[in-house]
Design a protein around this ligand. Structure first.
Ligand code: FES
Length: 166
């Protein structure tokens, strides 16, 4: 029943009044609809929490772009979530600086602690784990984002403290 309701809600996705206003402002800021795709996807994700196929079709329709193109862009960038994240979404950088500074050890620690693999969510829906490319903070590697918060210069002890603070 919940799934049915959820599907229905997603099929009926439309920007709420506030985001409709922001969408129109976005369109005015960019020279083409194609250029407005990334901010429009952000807006949709901000409203729904993640991007379903139905939402991607909605965005394609609003921007008069090919659904295949919108789908490809949403799949390419790891910051666009295609599944519901946990309440705390952990994005651990797997790029060079972070790997050299110990992100693989942190990944093993998180996977062990939560008994999940990257791309999965704990059974209680509280934590989800994802590996991402460079978070742009290589000087403070290893780095992980917890929702919108950057956690830097990580150690295993620091990671445990962050998790306990969630
Ligand atoms: S390599 Fe991890 S933040 Fe750049």
């Amino acid at each position: 029943m919940k799934d049915e309701t959820q599907k229905q809600t997603q099929k009926n996705f439309a920007f709420n009044d506030e985001n409709e206003k922001k969408f129109r402002e976005t369109l005015n800021m960019y020279p083409t609809n194609m250029a407005a795709l990334l901010p429009t996807l952000w807006l949709a994700m901000d409203q729904n929490g993640y991007l379903t196929d139905e939402i991607l079709e909605y965005v394609a329709g609003r921007l008069e772009l090919s659904p295949v193109h919108v789908y490809a862009v949403a799949e390419f960038y790891t910051m666009f979530l295609r599944n519901p994240p946990g309440r705390y979404h952990l994005q651990l950088c797997r790029n060079l600086s972070c790997t050299l500074c110990g992100s693989e050890e942190i990944l093993a620690h998180l996977a062990d602690r939560f008994d999940i693999l990257p791309g999965e969510t704990t059974e209680d829906g509280i934590f989800s784990l994802e590996l991402v490319e460079c978070l742009g903070s290589c000087g403070t590697a290893p780095v992980m984002r917890v929702n919108d918060r950057y956690c830097e210069n990580l150690t295993l002890a620091k990671v445990d403290k962050i998790i306990e603070g969630c």
